[in-house]
Design a protein around this ligand. Structure first.
Ligand code: FAD
Length: 468
C-alpha cells in the first residue's frame, strides 16, 4: 500500500522548504524527497558558500584600500585552509539551524532520502517505496550546464560547485562564460590572488543586465587585473592535472589561453531528466525546464512546479515565493495567488554590487510606456567619497506621463541593500518625485536613490550637501 500524504515535494532546497512550511501551516501532511544533501543548492553550493568567500575576499580588498588611505599594510598571504574552514562552519551552522532543526522541530514535515520518480500523475517512487498524493510539487532545481566543447571529456574542469569547495586558491583560472557566476567567482578569486581570464561569447559580460551597470562592473574588474575577452568562440580545450589550455577564435583569428584551472560558468540546466515527468503528463520546454503558468501549475492537474527547475529568475527568493504561490493555489483554490516576476529585486555580488528591479529601459518601451531615464554616476554620492567606493552608476527608468518609477538598475557599493528600497518604491507605485522628496540619511549610499530621482528635474551637481 503506498504512503499517502497531502503534499509530496520532490527536492529539499530553499523552494521545497518554503512550500513545505506554508503547506504545514495550512494543516497539510507533507513529505519532501531528497536524493542528495538536505537544503539543496543555496545552502550547500550556492548563495551561502559563495557569499561567505566573496565577503572574505572583499575584506582583503578593503585591507588594500585601507593601506592606500594610510592605515599601514594589511593582508599578507591568504590562509586558504582557514578561509575554507570558515566557509564550512557557516554552511554547517545555517544548514543545521535553517533546514535540519526545522525538519526535526516542525510537526507534519517529513524527509525521505532517495531519488524520486513519477510513475504516473498520482504516485512517485523513491527507492522501492511508493508515495501517493493528490498534490505534488516538483522542486528539483538544476545543475551547472556543461556545454559541448571538443576535448572537454578528457580535460579536468570545475563548475561553481567544485570551485566553491576548492581547498587551495589556484594560481590562474580561465572561466568560460561571462554571466553572474563568472563575474562573482572571478572577482573573488582575483582578489585572493588568482590570475583570472573570462572568455565570453557575446559582446559584453552580464548580458541580461542594463549596459550601464554591466560596463561599470567590467571596468572595475579590469582595473583589478582581470582579463575579460568578449566575442570569443571556444573551439577546444585540453589539459591534465597540471594545467589547461583553451583554443578559441576571436574576430576570425585563432587565440589560445592557458591556466592552472578551468571553470565552466555556462548557466544552469534543470534536473528534470529521468524523473518520469512524461509519465505524469508534465510538459517541459526544449531545454527541459518545467512549463508552468503564473500560479505555478504544470500541464498535469495536481502537479505544480517551482524554483530553478522552472527556469526564469533562478534565485532563491523567487523559488521560495513560487513554492508558496504553488501551495496557496493547491490548498486554497480560487485564492487568486499568482507570481509577479517583474518587481523582484535581485543582486549580483560583485564589488560594486549590481542591483536591479523592475523594467529595463527597453522593457518599459516594449510595454508601451513613454519612458524617461536618468543615469547618475555613483561618484555624485557624498558617501562614496567618504568610503572610497566611487565606482558605479545608478539608472532609473520612469513613466514620463505620471513620473511613476518603473525600474532601477545600479552598480554601487552596498547595491544589494539599496535595491530593496527601490523594490519597495516600485511595489508601492511611487513616483520619482516621491523618492526625490523622501529624506535619506546623510551621508549614506542609499542617498544615491534620492539624488538620482532628483536628477530627473534638476542639475544635481549644483545641489549642496543635504539640499532640498
Ligand atoms: C554559485 C551560486 C551562487 C548563488 N548565489 C545566489 C544568491 O546569492 N542569492 C540567490 O538568491 N540565489 C543564488 N543562487 C541561486 C540559488 O542557489 C537557487 O536559485 C536556489 O538554490 C534554487 O532552489 P531550488 O530549491 O529551486 O533548487 P535546489 O536548491 O537546487 O534544490 C533542488 C533539490 O532537489 C534535489 N533533487 C533533484 N532531483 C531530485 C529527485 N529526482 N528526487 C529527489 N531529490 C531531487 C537536489 O538534490 C536538490 O537538493 C546561486 C546559485 C549558485 C549556483
Amino acid at each position: 500500500m503506498p504512503d499517502k500524504y497531502d503534499l509530496v515535494i520532490l527536492g529539499s532546497g530553499s523552494t521545497a522548504f518554503a512550500a513545505a512550511l506554508r503547506a504545514q501551516s495550512l494543516g497539510a501532511r507533507v513529505v519532501m524527497v531528497e536524493k542528495s544533501v538536505l537544503g539543496g543548492t543555496c545552502i550547500n553550493w550556492g548563495c551561502v558558500p559563495s557569499k561567505t568567500l566573496i565577503h572574505a575576499a572583499l575584506f582583503y580588498q578593503e585591507g588594500k584600500l585601507g593601506a592606500r588611505l594610510g592605515l599601514g599594510e594589511c593582508g599578507g598571504p591568504v590562509a586558504a585552509e582557514r578561509l575554507m574552514a570558515r566557509r564550512d562552519e557557516v554552511v554547517g551552522y545555517l544548514r543545521k539551524t535553517k533546514y535540519l532543526d526545522i525538519l526535526q522541530n516542525v510537526p507534519g514535515l517529513q524527509l525521505v532520502k532517495g531519488t524520486g520518480r513519477f510513475l504516473g500523475p498520482d504516485r512517485v517512487e523513491v527507492l522501492d517505496r511508493f508515495y501517493r498524493s493528490e498534490r505534488f510539487l516538483v522542486a528539483v532545481g538544476g545543475n551547472p550546464r556543461i556545454p559541448r566543447i571538443p576535448g572537454l571529456e578528457s580535460t579536468p574542469f570545475l563548475t561553481s560547485r567544485g570551485a566553491l569547495l576548492l581547498k587551495a586558491i589556484p594560481s590562474s583560472l580561465i572561466i568560460i562564460g561571462g554571466g553572474v557566476i563568472a563575474v562573482e567567482l572571478g572577482q573573488m578569486f582575483r582578489r585572493l590572488g588568482t590570475r583570472v581570464t573570462i572568455l565570453e561569447h557575446g559582446p559584453r559580460i552580464l548580458a541580461p543586465v542594463e549596459s550601464e551597470p554591466a560596463l561599470a562592473v567590467r571596468n572595475v574588474l579590469r582595473e583589478e587585473g582581470m582579463e575579460i575577452v568578449c566575442r570569443t568562440t571556444i573551439c577546444s580545450v585540453a589539459g591534465d592535472g597540471a594545467g589547461v589550455r583553451v583554443e578559441a577564435e576571436r574576430d576570425g583569428e585563432p587565440v589560445s589561453f592557458a591556466a592552472e584551472k578551468l571553470l565552466l560558468a555556462a548557466g544552469t540546466a534543470p534536473a528534470t531528466k529521468g524523473i518520469g515527468l512524461e509519465l505524469a503528463g508534465v510538459a517541459t520546454d526544449p531545454r527541459g525546464f518545467v512549463t508552468v503558468d503564473e500560479r505555478m501549475r504544470t500541464t498535469a492537474p495536481g502537479i505544480w512546479a517551482a524554483g530553478d527547475c522552472t527556469g526564469g529568475m533562478m534565485i532563491a527568493t523567487v523559488g521560495a515565493r513560487e513554492g508558496i504561490v504553488a501551495v496557496d493555489d493547491m490548498l486554497n483554490p480560487g485564492c487568486g495567488c499568482s507570481m509577479d516576476h517583474l518587481n523582484v529585486p535581485m543582486a549580483i555580488f560583485t564589488d560594486p554590487e549590481v542591483g536591479t528591479v523592475g523594467h529595463t529601459e527597453e522593457g518599459a518601451k516594449a510595454a508601451g510606456f513613454d519612458v524617461a531615464v536618468n543615469v547618475m554616476p555613483v561618484s555624485a554620492i557624498p558617501k562614496a567619497h567618504v568610503t572610497g567606493h566611487t565606482a558605479g552608476v545608478i539608472k532609473m527608468v520612469a513613466d514620463r506621463a505620471t513620473g511613476r518609477l518603473l525600474g532601477v538598475h545600479l552598480a554601487c557599493h552596498r547595491g544589494a541593500d539599496i535595491i530593496n528600497e527601490a523594490a519597495l518604491a516600485i511595489r508601492l507605485r511611487a513616483t520619482v518625485e516621491d523618492l526625490a522628496n523622501a529624506l535619506h540619511v546623510y551621508p549614506s549610499m542609499g542617498e544615491g536613490l534620492r539624488l538620482c530621482a532628483q536628477g530627473f528635474s534638476r542639475d544635481i551637481s549644483r545641489l549642496s550637501c543635504c539640499a532640498e
